[in-house]
Design a protein around this ligand. Structure first.
Ligand code: PAF
Length: 295
């Protein structure tokens, strides 16, 4: 695994590989890797000839007062894991935002709900850094995790809107055996908080089932149901919303393909998770029989 620190060195390396006919897969990360990241690398390894990963704790996507300074880091361990996963090139950019850097990439609407409401500037930071990373890595495929569902939808929109020549591949959320979605930030949990944490996913799943069975129909009811299921735990709900799966638009009553996404605070950790939901669709008007009656 070669480690590259400038966009131009990375760009030269991938162009050389592409000239030889290689398909290039790219996995962007902020490091402190877990099995969720490694599943993205595995997917890239299976589908591509050259696998590029990046590690960059992107200051642009942290709002003031967030955990930029104490975001967990362990580069020697990350290098070991990526070598073992057979990554070809690792990009660890230095001076990625030089003096005078003034450009921002902003995807409207999709970034305004869910986390966007509580993390000002976060998704602009994500879209900006991913645009820069894509410009350097010029991959054929970009691998993202479904765990960060809003991020995946925003980046998919950005790639389409800007005609970026890359296919976005969204891989399933990787969970611990008890259901907790893997996240670098899970390290902030104390053993006691860690024991409570799976209740978050359970609350989302249980609410999703109630929506699917038609028992919960209203958007507000869905939020209240998640909240109710977390009562008595040390988790504090920041938001829970059922939105349309593709464009994250509010919908009430709940119908069609949805995502139920939520964020909670648990001790020093802020956890996010989401589940897909198929809410019942309103019955379609039946066909007319030959007497003109609906059947
Ligand atoms: O999901 C992440 O780790 C980050 O948001 C990403 C996509 C690497 C951009 O910094």
């Amino acid at each position: 695994m070669r480690i590259l620190r400038t966009a131009s060195n990375l760009n030269q390396a991938v162009r050389r590989a592409r000239a030889g006919g290689a398909r290039i897969g790219f996995v962007p990360t902020m490091g402190y890797l877990h099995d969720g990241h490694l599943a993205l690398v595995r997917a890239a390894r299976e589908e591509c000839d050259l696998v590029v990963a990046s590690i960059f704790v992107n200051p642009l996507q942290f709002a003031a007062g967030e955990d930029l300074a104490k975001y967990p880091r362990d580069l020697p361990r990350d290098h070991r894991l990526l070598r073992k996963a057979d990554v070809d090139l690792l990009f660890e950019p230095e001076n990625f935002y030089p003096e005078g850097f003034a450009t921002r990439v902003s995807v409207e609407r999709l970034g305004e709900r869910l986390c966007g409401r509580y993390r000002p500037g976060h998704f602009v930071g994500v879209s900006t850094v991913v645009t820069k990373l894509l410009a350097a890595a010029e991959p054929d495929r970009l691998y993202l995790g479904r765990k960060d569902y809003q991020q995946a939808m925003i980046l998919t929109r950005m790639v389409a809107d800007l005609n970026l020549p890359v296919r976005v591949v969204i891989c399933p959320t990787v969970r611990e055996a008890d259901g907790l979605a893997m996240s670098s930030r899970n390290v902030y949990l104390t053993p006691e908080e860690r024991a409570w944490a799976p209740n978050f996913y359970r609350a989302l799943r249980a609410t999703a089932l109630l929506i699917e069975s038609g028992e919960v129909r209203g958007a507000g009811e869905a939020t209240a149901e998640v909240e109710r299921r977390l009562l008595g735990s040390p988790m504090r709900l920041q938001y829970a919303e059922a939105l349309t799966a593709d464009d994250l638009a509010p919908i009430d009553p709940l119908t069609g393909d949805l995502v139920l996404a939520a964020a909670v605070f648990l001790g020093k950790a802020r956890l996010i998770d989401n589940v897909a939901v198929r809410a019942p669709r309103p019955p379609r008007p039946g066909k007319k029989n030959d007497r003109g009656r609906r059947v």
